[in-house]
Ligand binder design. Structure first.
Ligand code: LMR
Length: 296
């Protein structure tokens, strides 16, 4: 665990909490304020350190403050981490911070960088499950397209739900297109802001759970026909999305971590317009962020 020097004492408290969890798979914890010690030979990097969003702020407002952090972390990955390192960016604006980090680590494959949209996927899954009166594990294959922001597109069109022992398409099970195309989408899009408004702090427990879900699936793989959503580097070859942004798409993951984008899903005009709107925001974020990057 790495933090800045003024946070060293707080970090010591986190170490104590980790020890006190008596986690069966935890052998040792290293906490440090030294970038070299933190990044040397690591297999996984979970980049959570960023200035958090306060009430009334959009993630874009964080770009300038956080671009510098992700330049430094990308450079540290390039210098010290294994070339096989897998990187999950959580700090907001997560997609663009992820793009900055991978740009600053050119010798590590771009496919090794992802950003967290599993929290949005979990939020969408929970909304559908609660609407249907079923448990969360009865809903699967939810998709989050695009940015981890209020332009993201939570898409239930390809999701499945088990209701009364029968598996159905989630849209057919819900039977309420007005809700699915309206309040469902806006609730998921604005959930991060709603949590901040209520707690006066950003989401913590649900974000930590989503990080565990993301890393577990990336390490062990997704099961059978199931997929999950994560922000990945767009090389321009899926769903006509722009190149050189980090965009959330559905992926299937093989054990060991190689992921494949779930291609060929039917995209309606409604979905297309939502997918394009969130891509447009990412292009704008990228253009704004590039003003803050070092020139060499
Ligand atoms: C969330 O979605 O809860 C977090 O990303 C916090 C935020 O800034 O919205």
């Amino acid at each position: 665990m790495l933090d800045i020097a003024p946070m060293a004492e707080a970090l010591a408290g986190v170490v104590m909490e980790l020890q006190d969890c008596a986690l069966p798979s935890l052998k040792n914890v290293i906490s440090t304020t030294d970038v070299k010690e933190a990044f040397t030979d690591i297999d996984f990097a979970i980049l959570v350190g960023a200035m958090p969003r306060r009430q009334g702020m959009e993630r874009k407002d964080l770009l300038k403050a956080n671009a510098k952090i992700f330049v430094e972390q990308g450079q540290a990955l390039e210098k010290y981490a294994k070339k096989t390192v897998k990187v999950l960016v959580v700090g907001n604006p997560a997609n663009t911070n992820c793009l900055i980090a991978l740009t600053c680590a050119p010798s590590i494959p771009k496919t090794n960088f992802t950003c967290l949209t599993r929290l949005d996927q979990n939020r969408a899954q929970s909304q559908i499950a609660s609407r249907l009166g079923v448990s969360n594990d009865c809903v699967s294959n939810m998709i989050i397209w695009g940015n981890h922001s209020s332009t993201q597109f939570p898409d239930a069109a390809h999701a499945s739900a088990v209701v009364g022992g029968c598996t159905a398409n989630a849209v057919e099970a819900v039977k309420d297109d007005a809700w699915l195309n309206g309040d469902f989408i806006s609730t998921v899009q604005k959930r991060g802001g709603a949590v901040i408004a209520a707690r006066k702090l950003s989401s913590a427990m649900s974000a930590a759970k989503a990080i565990c879900d993301h890393v577990r699936d990336w390490y062990f793989g997704t099961k059978g026909d199931k997929w999950t959503s994560m922000g990945i580097y767009s090389n321009g070859s899926h769903y006509s999305l722009p190149e050189n942004i980090v965009y959330s798409v559905p992926v299937r993951i093989a054990p060991g971590g190689e992921y494949t984008v779930v291609d060929g899903l039917k995209i309606t005009d409604f979905a297309r317009s939502k997918m394009d709107a969130t891509a447009q925001e990412l292009l704008e974020e990228r253009n704004a962020a590039w003003d803050f990057l070092p020139t060499s």
